[in-house]
Design a protein around this ligand. Structure first.
Ligand code: THU
Length: 130
């Protein structure tokens, strides 16, 4: 899948988000090292702190399917007006760091798309030797 296909898949995942509290629907797809693609969307909860981010859901989906290395992540916030408001949160950047993510694609409601390395979004990221 190329960059725009991944962004489009992330948008589709965002349409399936459960975000009744924030009204901010987010979708994500991750690409494993074998090319397989896994999706996730944000899942909110009446106990606000129990909400799950879209990237977190997509990464969990991949890991539960046996993936241990993720090469790219796309995230789409279809309710964000600008791509500036669509960037992954700090916790999700750290989750990406664990699985070796290199490329991060960010897109928002109007369709603007940006591509970054994870190193740009999380310089000096924390890792333990395993
Ligand atoms: N959210 C994500 O899904 N990913 C992020 O990286 C940032 C925030 C979700 C969580 C919550 O459901 C909504 O966006 C508003 O914070």
């Amino acid at each position: 899948m190329n960059t725009s296909d991944l962004a489009e898949s992330a948008r589709k995942a965002a349409e399936r988000a459960y975000a009744p509290y924030s009204g901010f629907r987010v979708g994500s797809v991750v690409v494993a090292d074998d090319g397989a693609v896994y999706s996730g969307s944000n899942v909110e909860n009446a106990a606000f702190g129990s909400a799950i981010c879209a990237e977190e859901a997509a990464i969990s989906h991949a890991v539960a399917s046996g993936v241990r290395r993720i090469v790219a992540v796309a995230v789409a916030c279809i309710d964000a007006d600008s791509v500036d408001g669509a960037y992954p949160c700090g916790n999700c950047r750290q989750l990406m760091n664990e699985f070796g993510v290199e490329k991060v694609i960010v897109t928002a409601g109007a369709g603007e798309l940006r591509e970054h390395t994870l190193d740009e979004l999380l310089p000096f990221g924390f890792k333990l030797e395993t």
